[in-house]
Design a protein around this ligand. Structure first.
Ligand code: TMP
Length: 213
């Protein structure tokens, strides 16, 4: 019939295995005969994405926190129509980061949470969010953070607090799922992720919801 694809988002702190898991998920969906596309945010290939890449990699590049926030949101709006079209053609879209990263990282810098959420209002709302996380204790023990702007343990703890706010929000209750990756192999986390996605494989005839609208 007129079934659309489902919008599946994998969110998480830096270095939680998010990109590994989204890649595996896309491969598994494809291997089962589903049409599927992967969209990663920030998409650093667009005009706005190129600015974001410079901002993330070059600490001398000056941008106010507000301006940076709006660029990340604009980067999502650049791709919103394409994502909607893809879903409506019956293709699954797997997102690697999205609005929740946008809000959590900026709010962790001290920007107002609701202000941070407002430019994303109306974007396609994921049908399923899988949040990959670990305890703050474990987070603090991790080494090997790279040189990008936000890869500092302390800051990651603040980001985690902001992400955890979504888990408590009434409007997120039906879509927000937490997967603790602590002490788990890639395969084990992959099984947890698949367990959440398995129920959605038939697609849906429901219209695409809009984020916070
Ligand atoms: P990445 O490592 O997944 O490419 O993301 C780059 C960094 O950008 C990461 O530290 C998270 C951060 N980020 C934001 O601050 N706001 C956003 O809206 C997104 C999508 C990512």
């Amino acid at each position: 019939g007129s079934h659309r694809g489902q919008l599946i988002l994998v969110e998480g702190l830096d270095r939680c295995g998010k990109t590994t898991q989204t890649t595996r998920l896309v491969e598994k969906l494809a291997s089962q005969g589903h049409k599927v596309e992967l969209v990663k945010f920030p998409d650093r290939s667009t005009p706005i994405g190129k600015l974001i890449n410079t901002y993330l990699c070059d600490k001398a590049f000056q941008l106010s926190d507000e301006a940076a926030h709006l660029l990340f949101s604009a980067n999502r709006w650049e791709l919103a129509a394409t994502i909607t079209e893809t879903l409506n053609q019956g293709t699954f879209v797997v997102l690697d980061r999205y609005v929740y990263s946008g809000i959590a990282y900026s709010a962790a810098k001290g920007l107002d949470f609701d202000w941070c959420a407002s430019p994303d209002k109306g974007l396609p709302q994921p049908d399923l969010v899988i949040f990959l996380t670990m305890s703050t204790e474990k987070l603090n023990q991790r080494s090997g953070f790279g040189g990008e702007r936000y890869e500092i343990s302390e800051f990651q703890g603040l980001v985690k607090e902001k992400f955890d706010k979504f888990a408590a929000m009434e409007s997120m209750r039906s879509i927000w799922n937490v997967v603790n990756v602590e002490g788990k192999s890639i395969e084990q986390v992959g099984n947890d992720v698949w367990g959440l996605v398995e129920g959605l494989l038939q697609g849906t005839s429901q219209p695409i919801h809009k984020f916070l609208a």
